[in-house]
Design a protein around this ligand. Sequence first.
Ligand code: XMP
Length: 515
Amino acid sequence: MKHTEWIAILDYGSQVTQLIARRIREQKVYCEIIRFDTPAEEIAKRAPKGIILSGGPCSVPDDDSPKCDPALFDLDIPILGICYGMQLTAHTLGGAVEPGLKREYGKATMQITGESPLFQGLEKELQVWMSHGDKVEAMPEGFEAVAESDNCPFAAIQNLDRNLFGLQFHPEVVHTPQGAAMLGNFAFNICDCSGDWKMSQFIEENIAAIRAKVGDDHVLLGLSGGVDSSVVAALLHKALGDQLHCVYVDNGLMRYKETEEIEKLFGDAFGIDLTVARDGDLFINKLAGVSDPEKKRKIIGGLFIDVFADKARLFAGKVKYLAQGTLYPDVIESVSPIGGPSATIKSHHNVGGLPEDLQFDLIEPLRELFKDEVREVGRELGLPSYVVDRQPFPGPGLAVRIIGDITPERIEVLQQADLRVREEIMKMENHLDVWQYFAVLLPIQTVGVMGDDRTYENVVAVRAVESRDGMTADWYKLPYDVMDSISNRIINEVKGVNRVCYDISSKPPSTIEWE
Ligand code: XMP
């Protein structure tokens, strides 16, 4: 897609390159992470307002370390090198980069010693985050140092005549509290950006691009009800109307009334052509007697493909494109010089391995967006909060929350318990701070007492966690009164449960799901 104003970020493999993009986009300036060795000519054609060279784990003086096209520095476009990017700038322009005697890692105090548009409006002494072994020993001609730390005489360098800048520390991480302001200074003071990138504009541009690409053809989308596929559905529907066809597979392991909600919203309210495959029995029959978590996952994954393929075949002659909710973080891996799954490989494989006779071209309208931006698009397109702010839900659904055998009765017990967990937590004002919350049905029964009678019923565990990305998680400190109402409601209202426990384990060493 064409954006009139943008900043190019060349990726040298730092784990925090994505954060540079986040910080720039937070200033309402569009940016893209591109390959570290993109030719200067190609970059010039797309005319970015500025270029950022990211950090990276390699050593610039090594022959095989990733380098940029040296002609970048002659494009007359402002360049900011961060950490490895600064060393690369120095190395390319005739300075000297040497292995540091000791690795500098962690917080450092930096003194600003010169005038720089990068530091406009900032204090003279700042906390910054360092993470480097090598360092610049001699600056290239025409450069001056404008900041220093105890271990680093060249914490920030610049050549104002040529609009070239280098920072030895990482402005993109939270441990550099003024870092976002520095990146803002780069975008506005140095690159002269206006900061007018708006989601509504993105949507309009995206819709025009989708129409231009798809023309009169038709598009198929596997709608799961999760945030990404829901937003793709709303966006494609706005762009293509009845040229969009959605297939939703009900595997019988969805949350309470989830399928009905999806039909109501996408089928009725949006008027999308929605095919619902109600194949719960198929899944549940195949799962009978299976309690091994990996076997459950394999059975469900395999059947999902079969059912989706069957429905997709109905559209085979008519549909040219398959839509996917690929997000920017999935794409970025491919431009890094350091391994990682490549987006090209992903794009050439069809969704979850569809059979050979169902090879569609891919359309991925969210591939330029981060998750929170996807939510913003969803809101703009009129999706309700319960969809846009929906918590993650595993592909195998409730199957991985029913420990032991899966039966229709046990699914029903869990759906009812889960509904009460969700209803009670959603009453909390700050419920969006809880990353994920659900019930788990355990394969044990315990003794209880109901009136004068002894009961021998199921145990439900409640899980609520806070997390940023699901990779690590902390158990959420739910207020006692919320725990109390969850427990009371489950035990009083859900037949077959007489005990509720709260899971107080963090990830690692536990996982979020129980299976
Ligand atoms: P774990 O249990 O590995 O879960 O700590 C991390 C996050 O991933 C979700 N999850 C899945 N999502 N398909 C998915 O789309 C799956 O098979 C799957 N398994 C786990 C889980 O809900 C949590 O958010």
